[in-house]
Design a protein around this ligand. Structure first.
Ligand code: GYE
Length: 379
């Protein structure tokens, strides 16, 4: 209950922020940073520099080259536009780093192309932005370009997915994906026990290959599967998209019909695709049906499917990192050293009121039954 209240309060605060923020409109497009002036060209108005205005360091922007009153320029190399989660993440950044708040946001949608993402960052270096935000499509291959950022004196803030082969960034704000995978496993274990299901034959639809979100969720779930002797019948990438989820599920049905009783989708959009494939094949999934369906993200549309009983459990990944990223930038502006790692708060959502909590990493964590109120408050 306490966690639920906290969640609702955070959401209420976000709604207020969204209303106050008034979004800029970065178009999903190619990796050419030059045409991505998402924050608009009305920089001259910058009287009420919200980010710089209450700058503890005083007039001069410590990190930027700008004089007092100038906007803080941020280059944001976003993964793409593959999912509801991604849309919420982009909106969060565009709302917080708006012109009204004192920022000039250069937004680049990298369309899930790692090479394009590196080039976007090089474009930001050429533009001499004050800060770079990157959500790394894949976890490896970062040291060279991050060294270039360091040499240019541009602080890099990583959001969401992690970088595993370089530490040349000032801060990372995101989620513990392995914990999410462990939570899904612990929930399934407790749920199967409560329902008297003795055998688990699971199909996994993974996220994009090489993404830390995929690696962590896979590792966490596998750990619990191995410890309990479950069979993972197959595990393939659906690329975090609805079309990918449907395609993988269709091929799973061809190969394994009648041989699975659990489908684990590593995001909501894949779950929607898997639902379509199962529906078309006449396979019944969800609460009280033949196949237990588990998802990650818990965006609004995912929670609606939990409430309707189509998805049994959904493990939240919070996409609203931008307010925490802004805190990091304000600390840098003030000459302070931010935390190297900032973890988002998230919740585990279920349809049935039969288990109140699970134990993850030795810690008791609440399960929240989805209600309309919760759906309405979600991003
Ligand atoms: O789960 C998925 C998105 O990196 C955590 O990427 C993120 C994942 C999220 O496409 O929906």
């Amino acid at each position: 209950m306490k966690r639920k209240m906290a969640s609702l309060m955070v959401c209420a605060a976000m709604t207020a922020a969204l209303l106050a923020g008034c979004g800029s409109s970065g178009e999903p497009a190619s990796s050419n940073a030059d045409n991505q002036d998402a924050a608009g060209a009305d920089d001259a108005a910058g009287g009420d520099d919200a980010a710089g205005g209450d700058d503890a360091a005083g007039g001069d922007d410590a990190a930027g080259g700008g004089e007092s009153g100038e906007k803080i320029t941020i280059g944001f190399a976003q993964v793409g536009h593959e999912s509801d989660w991604r849309t919420a993440s982009t909106k969060s950044c565009q709302d917080v780093f708006s012109a009204e708040n004192g920022y000039d946001l250069q937004f680049v949608d990298c369309d899930n192309d790692s090479a394009a993402q590196i080039e976007a960052i090089r474009g930001f270096i050429q533009q001499a932005v004050d800060y770079i935000i990157v959500d790394p499509i894949v976890s490896k291959g970062w040291d060279t370009v991050l060294t270039e950022c360091e040499d240019a004196g541009i602080p890099v803030i990583v959001i969401d997915r992690t970088i595993d082969d370089s530490d040349k960034y000032v801060s990372w704000v995101g989620s513990n994906f392995k914990t999410e995978g462990l939570a899904a496993g612990e929930w399934l274990k407790a749920y199967a026990e409560a329902k008297g299901i003795s055998e688990i034959n699971a199909l996994v639809i993974e996220g994009s290959t090489g993404a830390s979100a995929t690696l962590g969720r896979t590792e966490g779930f596998q750990e619990i599967a191995e410890a309990n002797g479950w069979k993972i019948v197959d595990s393939q990438s659906g690329d975090f998209t609805e079309a990918g989820g449907q395609e993988v599920m269709e091929s799973y049905i061809k190969s394994y019909e009648g041989q699975f009783n659990v489908v684990i989708c590593q995001n909501d959009n894949e779950a929607f695709g898997a639902m379509t494939a199962m529906k078309n094949a006449g396979i019944e999934y969800g609460v009280g049906k033949d196949v237990i369906l588990v998802s990650f993200d818990a965006c609004t549309a995912g929670l609606e499917k939990v409430m309707s009983g189509d998805i049994n459990a959904d493990f939240e990944c919070n996409p609203l990192a931008a307010p925490d990223v802004e805190k990091v930038i304000k600390q840098l502006q003030a000459g302070e050293t931010p935390e190297k790692e900032v973890y988002m708060t998230e919740h585990w959502y279920v349809n049935e009121d039969i288990l109140s909590s699970i134990t993850v990493n030795g810690e008791e964590q609440e399960l929240t039954v989805v209600t309309q109120e919760i759906v309405d408050a979600q991003y």
